[in-house]
Design a protein around this ligand. Structure first.
Ligand code: PMV
Length: 443
C-alpha cells in the first residue's frame, strides 16, 4: 500500500524537472553607463551596487523541463511572451554549455514562469533581478559548478549588465574586463549582507510605467556622443570606486552618501550631455533631490543620499535611525489623497511626525500625489533556491499554476484591448439608452 502510494506520488515528479529561485534587485551607487562590447555586454567602466532585501522586492522564477515540451515558452507576470527575447535565449544557450551534462540538455525545451513583486521596467532594476533569477534556476537544474568565482555572473551579465550584481548580497562590484581577463567581466562581493545591517533604502515610486528610452539605447547614444562619458570613464570612476568601497567597509555614511549622490548626478549629467539628450528625471525627482539636500543641511550631516537609475524613481539611502523621519518628510511634502502607501518588511512607526526644526526650515512646495508609493527595505542577500511549495508551474500540466495566474489576473486583464472593449460597451449602452428614451419622448 505504502509502495503504491509512493509510486503514484513520484510519477508527476519524474515527468518534470524543475527549479524555483528568487533574486533581489540592486541599486548602483557608482553607475554603469556605456558598453565596451555590445555583443558580450561588457561595460566601459566598473560599477558597484547595494543588493536590496528580496523580502521586499524580488523576482521569482520557475524553470521546468520535460520531454513532452515541444518548444521553449516564457511567461512574465501572468502573460505569455510569444517572442522570447534574444537575451533570454542567449542566457539559456550559455547555461547549456556549462551544464554538468551538456549533452542531456542539448535539445531540451523549457517552460519558464516568472514574476516581479514590483513594477517591471520602470527603473527599479527588474531586469537585473529577472536575469539573475533565470541564471540561478538553470544553474540548479543543470547542476552547474562554477569554473571560477563569478562564472555565473558572466552569463547573467549577458542578459542584462546589472543582473550580474544581483547574484550576490550586500555590496557588489561589477568588474570591467582588463588585460588579465580580456573579454571577461564579472561580479565580486565587496561586503556581505550582514556587514552594514543598519543601511536602509527608501524607494519612492514616482512613475511605475515603462521607461521611454531603454538603457541599452540610451547607453549607445551616450557612448557615441557624450564627451563627459569619456571623461568619467577615464578620470573619475576608478577613484570613486575605491573611495566608496572603503566608506562602505567602514560604514562611513557621510562619505558613502556624498559619493552616491555625486555619481547619480554625474550619470544624469551624461544623459543631458548625450545628443539628442535623454531625460530620466522629472520635476518630482528634482524636488526629492532638493528635499534630501535641505534635510542633510539642517541636520548638519549627510544622513540621506538619493540615487536615480534610468527613470524618475528615487532610491534614498539612509541608516535605520533616520528612516521614519525621512518617511514623515516625504509624506509631508508629497501627500496622497488616500495616504502614501508603504510596502515594507521593517517594523516602522508610520505615525512619526517631523521635528519642529525640520517643519520650520525645509522650504519646498507641496506636490500632491507626486509619489505613488514607497518601498522601504534594507540591504539583502543574493539569489536563493526556493522549495517545492513556491513552484509557479502546475506539475500536472507543465503550465503556469492557478495561484500564479490568479495573482496576475487583475493586471493582465487590464490590457488596453480589454479596457477599450469595456469602454466601448459602456459607451454603446449609454448611447442606446439615450436614443431609446428620446424616441419614447418623441412618441
Ligand atoms: O543593466 P542595464 O543594462 O539595465 O543598465 C543599468 C544601468 C543603470 O541602472 C542606470 C546603472 C547601473 O549600474 O545599474
Amino acid at each position: 500500500m505504502s509502495l503504491h502510494f509512493k509510486v503514484m506520488m513520484s510519477a508527476p515528479l519524474n515527468k518534470f524537472q524543475f527549479a524555483t529561485c528568487s533574486a533581489p534587485t540592486n541599486i548602483a551607487t557608482i553607475k554603469y553607463w556605456g558598453k565596451e562590447d555590445v555583443h558580450l555586454n561588457t561595460p566601459l567602466n566598473s560599477s558597484v551596487s547595494v543588493t536590496l532585501d528580496p523580502r521586499d522586492l524580488n523576482a521569482k522564477t520557475t524553470v521546468c523541463s520535460s520531454s513532452s515540451f515541444h518548444s521553449t515558452r516564457f511567461w512574465l507576470n501572468g502573460k505569455e511572451d510569444k517572442n522570447i527575447n534574444k537575451r533570454v535565449q542567449k542566457v539559456i544557450e550559455e547555461m547549456k554549455k556549462i551544464a554538468k551534462d551538456p549533452t542531456k540538455w542539448q535539445n531540451a525545451h523549457f517552460h519558464i514562469v516568472s514574476e516581479n513583486s514590483f513594477p517591471t521596467a520602470a527603473g527599479l532594476a527588474s531586469s537585473a533581478a529577472g536575469y539573475a533569477c533565470l541564471v540561478a534556476c538553470f544553474a540548479e537544474l543543470f547542476d552547474v559548478k562554477e569554473q571560477f568565482d563569478g562564472h555565473l555572473s558572466t552569463i547573467a551579465r549577458q542578459g542584462s549588465g546589472s543582473a550580474c550584481r544581483s547574484l550576490y548580497g550586500g555590496f557588489v562590484r561589477w568588474q570591467k574586463s582588463n588585460e588579465t581577463f580580456s573579454n571577461q567581466s564579472y561580479a565580486v562581493q565587496v561586503a556581505d549582507e550582514f556587514h552594514w545591517k543598519e543601511l536602509c533604502a527608501i524607494i519612492c515610486v514616482v512613475n511605475d510605467q515603462e521607461k521611454e528610452t531603454s538603457s541599452t539605447n540610451g547607453m549607445q547614444t551616450s557612448k557615441d556622443t557624450s564627451t563627459l562619458l569619456r571623461f568619467r570613464v577615464e578620470k573619475i570612476v576608478n577613484e570613486r570606486l575605491q573611495a566608496i568601497e572603503k566608506a562602505y567597509l567602514a560604514k562611513d555614511f557621510a562619505t558613502f552618501g556624498r559619493l552616491t549622490m555625486k555619481d547619480s548626478n554625474q550619470f544624469h549629467a551624461i544623459c543631458l550631455d548625450t545628443y539628442p539628450p535623454i531625460f530620466y528625471l522629472n520635476e518630482v525627482s528634482k524636488k526629492i533631490i532638493h528635499l534630501v539636500h535641505q534635510y542633510n543641511h539642517i541636520s548638519g550631516n549627510v544622513q540621506a543620499a538619493y540615487t536615480f537609475d534610468a527613470g524618475p524613481n528615487a532610491v534614498i539611502f539612509t541608516q535605520e535611525q533616520h528612516v521614519e523621519e525621512i518617511i514623515a518628510l516625504l509624506k509631508r511634502f508629497f501627500p496622497r489623497t488616500n495616504g502614501l502607501s508603504i510596502h515594507t518588511s521593517l517594523q516602522l512607526n508610520k505615525h512619526t511626525k517631523i521635528s519642529s526644526v525640520l517643519e520650520k526650515n525645509v522650504k519646498l512646495p507641496t506636490t500632491k500625489n507626486g509619489i505613488k508609493m514607497l518601498y522601504v527595505t534594507r540591504v539583502g542577500g543574493g539569489t536563493r533556491l526556493l522549495g517545492r511549495k513556491e513552484c509557479l508551474i502546475d506539475l500536472d500540466t507543465g503550465l503556469p499554476n492557478k495561484t500564479y495566474l490568479l495573482r496576475h489576473k487583475s493586471t493582465s486583464s487590464r490590457s488596453p484591448d480589454n479596457l477599450t472593449l469595456a469602454v466601448s460597451i459602456v459607451g454603446a449602452l449609454i448611447v442606446g439608452s439615450i436614443l431609446f428614451i428620446s424616441s419614447r419622448r418623441n412618441n
